[in-house]
Design a binder for this molecule. Structure first.
Ligand SMILES: NC(=O)c1ccc[n+]([C@@H]2O[C@H](COP(=O)([O-])OP(=O)(O)OC[C@H]3O[C@@H](n4cnc5c(N)ncnc54)[C@H](OP(=O)(O)O)[C@@H]3O)[C@@H](O)[C@H]2O)c1
Length: 273
């Protein structure tokens, strides 16, 4: 598995997203992803499937230390004290003493970021997570977080795919050695059928989904595609045996449009990039 290094963390270059995968499907798909070769799993307190992800990890037989596991704290649990309780609850559901990466799931302007980052640093020092990071942070929030954090931030997990331009936030993260993890890397299924991506895919003998994932990994971005179909697990991993030309990379980059965003909940901060 290829690795992305960021502020002391070694993160497998592609991960398995588990949102919506619950109950037996959650357990089975987690175990199947590990059998297929994934070594990076993404869950969250809010997904309601930490129990299933933990069980799938144990069912797979893959050693705990071989798997990079991320979970997240929801935006209503970010106050000091509450964050620590949220992490204890997550670990209890996962039946694990530690995760590899703990993220702020969404920023919350009503809770001082300094307090949240202090609580994250505290749980890291207590050994409950190896690394800390953020998700859905804008350029301004990344700059503020870097200024306030006592422990290094290793990733900003944000929406990245060919239909939105994230160049400014990508540049801000790179400036600080923070990796970018891409959620919705295949735009929740909107990538297949795009004529430009389909044409490039055909030229490489690959699927449209694989081209979108390759476009990300070739920029050093870490995609975490989700699938509930076992056959697609291998497909989404097989993106390291071909390369897109500079012209193909730019052509895909030009597909970005102002309304290309897939996830935009009411608690999302206003993008400044
Ligand atoms: N931090 C955050 O705020 C945040 C927000 C959203 C998501 N996430 C994380 O990011 C992960 C991925 O994002 P996502 O699940 O929203 O979107 P996604 O991975 O872009 O899209 C998943 C959808 O694409 C389909 N799909 C998967 N592989 C495919 C392929 N090769 N070709 C065609 N279609 C394919 C899947 O259908 P099938 O199941 O039928 O294959 C599923 O409907 C989540 O699971 C979650 O872990 C984080």
């Amino acid at each position: 598995m290829h690795i992305v290094e960021a502020n002391g963390a070694r993160i497998p270059a592609i991960g398995f997203g588990t949102m919506t995968l619950k109950e037996q499907v959650g357990i089975d798909m987690t175990a199947a992803a590990l059998h297929a070769g994934y070594r990076h799993l993404d869950t969250a307190q809010m997904y309601g499937n930490e129990r299933e992800v933990g069980e799938g990890m144990r069912a797979s037989g893959v050693k705990r230390e071989e798997v990079f596991l991320t979970t997240k704290v929801w935006h209503n649990r970010l106050a000091a004290g509450d964050l620590e309780r949220s992490v204890d609850e997550s670990l209890e559901r996962l039946k694990l003493p530690q995760v590899d990466l703990l993220l702020i799931h969404w920023p919350n302007a009503a809770i001082p970021l300094k307090d949240t980052l202090g609580a994250l640093a505290k749980v890291k020092r207590a050994g409950l997570t190896k690394h800390i990071g953020v998700a859905n942070f804008t350029v301004a929030l990344i700059e503020e977080a870097v200024r306030l954090a006592d422990e290094p931030l290793v990733t900003n997990q944000i929406e990245v795919h060919p239909f939105i331009d994230r160049s400014k936030v990508l540049a801000a993260c790179r400036r600080h050695g923070i990796s970018v993890t891409a959620y919705c890397p295949i735009a929740r299924g909107k990538v297949p059928g795009n004529p430009v991506i389909e044409r490039i895919a055909k030229a490489h003998g690959k699927s449209a989904g694989q081209v979108a994932l390759r476009w990300l990994v070739q920029q050093g971005v870490i995609p975490i595609p989700r699938t509930a179909k076992a056959a697609r697990l291998q497909e989404n991993l097989a993106v390291f045996d071909f390369a897109l030309s500079p012209a193909e990379m730019s052509e895909i980059g030009r597909l970005a449009r102002p309304d290309g965003r897939v996830v935009n909940p009411p608690h999302a901060p206003k993008w400044d990039d």
